[in-house]
Design a protein around this ligand. Sequence first.
Ligand code: ZN
Length: 235
Amino acid sequence: MHLSDATWPEAEATDTDLALLPVGSTEQHGPHAPLGTDALTAQAVADAAEAAYDGEVVVAPPIQVGVAEEHRDFAGTLWVSEETFREYVRETVASLAHHGWTRVVVVNGHGGNVGPLREVCARITRHDDADAWTFTWFDVVDAPDMGHGGPVETSLLQATHPGLVRDDRVDEAVEGGADGWGEWVGGVNLAYDSSEFSENGTVGDPGEGSAERGEKLLDEASEALTELLDRLAAR
Ligand SMILES: [Zn+2]
């Protein structure tokens, strides 16, 4: 059940303690992919798992702004501090728990959210009336060439939101993009902002992406998340 589409009597009639909370970011993804990429992909993975899961799970509306100051030099990027983000997630999970959805998987689509989510999910589980875990979709799929706005995210978008990838700007994305994330010297990343190492924000080759690969990635991510839900339901 998707909370945003349901009425309150429908929400009240649910018979599960499991919920998915998609979390993304609104940030540059090169000249070819939308600012909402991380929220769109997190939502797509949550939706696919909800459909595939052999049981009931509530899908909360997505959190669309995360920890993304590293992309501030590109227009349209939004961000909040880690403290604000953690508190927002914590209170959102507390309100889910208030209605009985006390076991929450935060389905994440953005690298900058990973650390704060791990920390806040542990804090929620240790100290609040809910248990929470964080699931980052690109950590569970075959994606050694992840990059940023690279082939992995571009493929998933091509499968789930084909109209949002600007095919006519993919060449430009590759040309002004970077091969790797950061500026590494002696094991230290000297760059705090993505603009320091990528002219247009892209990392990796989105031209290598395809809808076919996107379907495969979605299946892999959804399978892993469904397995997690099965385990939590039995725990
Ligand atoms: Zn992204």
